[in-house]
Design a protein around this ligand. Structure first.
Ligand code: 4IP
Length: 144
């Protein structure tokens, strides 16, 4: 039927809003192929990079600027972007929690350590949102 020029669609079953981790096999292959051109690809052990960005990771008095790479797995790798060396990984578990402190500062809590991170560009809330989305979709539990 047509109504005011609009085609009336039979109502679709309600679908959950797709998450950042809902990636079809074809899309995964295409994105991984494209990622081969990325200078960060060498650090992520074949995983797909979901978000990347420079952050200052504070430990004690000093902060180190690191490229933070959130990937499928999930993993949160951090790389020294000057020497192009993988420095470590924030360990993922169902207990990982993010805590935005301001537009620039956010914490990543893990059972053994809280990572103090600062996004100089002010996208801390974006980081928190995407990490939380990955957590929920990986471990299937509710925010606390
Ligand atoms: C270092 O401080 C860097 O912040 C390291 O970060 C950090 O390791 C070290 O903590 C910390 O002592 P200095 O360079 O001033 O000595 P990065 O590895 O990114 O270079 P992580 O990786 O663990 O944050 P310790 O406690 O891990 O050694």
């Amino acid at each position: 039927t047509r109504l005011l020029g609009l085609e009336l669609q039979p109502s679709k079953p309600l679908r959950k809003k797709s998450s950042i981790l809902d990636i079809s096999k074809e899309e995964m292959e295409a994105r991984l192929a494209k990622q081969q051109e990325s200078m960060w690809n060498q650090f992520v052990e074949g995983h797909l990079i979901l978000k990347e960005g420079l952050v200052d990771k504070r430990k004690g008095l000093f902060a180190k600027r690191r490229m933070l790479l959130l990937t499928t797995g999930p993993h949160l790798y951090y790389v020294d972007p000057v020497n192009m060396v993988l420095k470590g990984e924030i360990p993922w578990s169902s207990q990982l929690r993010v805590e935005p402190k301001s537009f620039k500062i956010f914490f990543v809590h893990t059972p053994n350590r809280t990572y103090y991170l600062e996004d100089p560009q002010g996208y801390a809330l974006e980081w928190c949102k995407v990490i939380e989305e990955v957590r929920v979709n990986t471990y299937n539990n509710l925010p606390t």
